[in-house]
Design a protein around this ligand. Structure first.
Ligand SMILES: [Zn+2]
Length: 309
């Protein structure tokens, strides 16, 4: 009798482990609405962006399975990027990664390209407006902890959920990648985006609410005359999630990142579905340098710095 109980317990523990290390399954009919036709029509009405330039300032390395369930232990490189869009006579900066002094807070942190950071802060300085994909430090800390936080905050446009998240976070005594903090006095200087599921903020540039990885997460659509792309932020960490149609393991998603796991896989399924019916659409997860390099090769954008290796 005892061995049966033991076998049952092992089975439960084993299946629990399999559950924890698997991705939540992708729905066949995702609820998330990625309104690609409306975005395309909107770009045709609003006009197109002139150019997209990408800054990559740092690198980290984590095992593949952390990003994509059951994808092995080989190291996967991750890059920290900002997208500078020129459109309608102005410059919009999307995401501003952390400065070098905060890089140690990034899991698996490797090189920081110290020489590239001044160029990123120059982009902050010359930008007319800034938006962020989400509130994690590797996408935003270059604003409150950059060269001129006050000037930068004044031209930062947050959605309501991002603002609320920063308000709640305050300035943590022990900052981490998810909470590097945004001091209240600076937060008060930021501006608000209109409260809409999606909206054009400039010719050819739209922000789409995609709450999942964080409550205020946004995907950004950019259309130039010849190319159309989606900046996926961190809903997808690398193109492996798209290729394998699999998200992060539940244990990472639910307990480490503490994201809305079901929402993330729903959005991932919607992205995959959209890509299948729009093969020319360029998908850019913010941490995937290979995808950024490929987009640069196709002429869709300019990579400010050549790949480091
Ligand atoms: Zn990130």
């Amino acid at each position: 009798m005892k061995w049966r109980i033991l076998a049952a317990l092992l089975l439960i523990a084993g299946s629990g482990g399999i559950w924890a290390f698997s991705s939540a399954s992708l729905p066949e009919n995702p609820q998330f609405d990625l309104p690609i036709e409306a975005l395309r029509a909107g770009a045709s009405d609003s006009g197109y962006a002139d150019s997209v330039t990408v800054h990559i300032v740092a690198k980290a390395e984590l095992a593949h399975f952390i990003n994509t369930a059951w994808n092995g232990f080989d190291p996967e490189q991750r890059f920290y990027s900002a997208f500078e869009v020129r459109t309608g006579g102005e410059t919009i900066l999307i995401d501003v990664p952390h400065p070098e002094r905060l890089h140690a807070l990034v899991p698996g942190a490797r090189d920081y390209y110290t020489d590239r950071y001044p160029a990123l802060q120059q982009a902050v300085k010359r930008s007319d407006r800034m938006v962020i994909s989400h509130v994690h430090g590797d996408h935003v800390a270059g604003i409150p902890y950059g060269d001129d936080p006050e000037a930068a905050a004044t031209k930062t446009y947050l959605n309501e959920a991002q603002f609320a998240a920063f308000e709640e976070m305050g300035v943590p005594t022990e900052p981490n990648i998810r909470e590097m903090g945004f001091p209240a006095a600076l937060l008060a200087k930021t501006k608000r985006l209109d409260n809409a599921p999606w909206q054009f903020i400039a010719p050819g540039v739209a922000v789409i609410k995609a709450p999942g990885h964080t409550p205020g997460h946004q995907i950004i659509y950019i259309a130039t005359r010849e190319h159309e792309m989606l900046l996926l932020g961190d809903e997808v960490w690398t193109m492996e999630n798209i290729r394998l149609e699999r998200s992060r393991p539940r244990i990472i998603s639910k307990y480490i990142v503490e994201e809305d796991t079901e929402a993330v896989v729903d959005i991932l399924a919607a992205i995959i579905k959209t890509k299948k019916s729009n093969p020319g659409l360029i998908l850019l997860p913010s941490h995937d340098e290979a995808a950024i390099v490929a987009a640069a090769k196709s002429g869709a954008l300019t990579l400010l710095n050549a790949p480091a290796n």
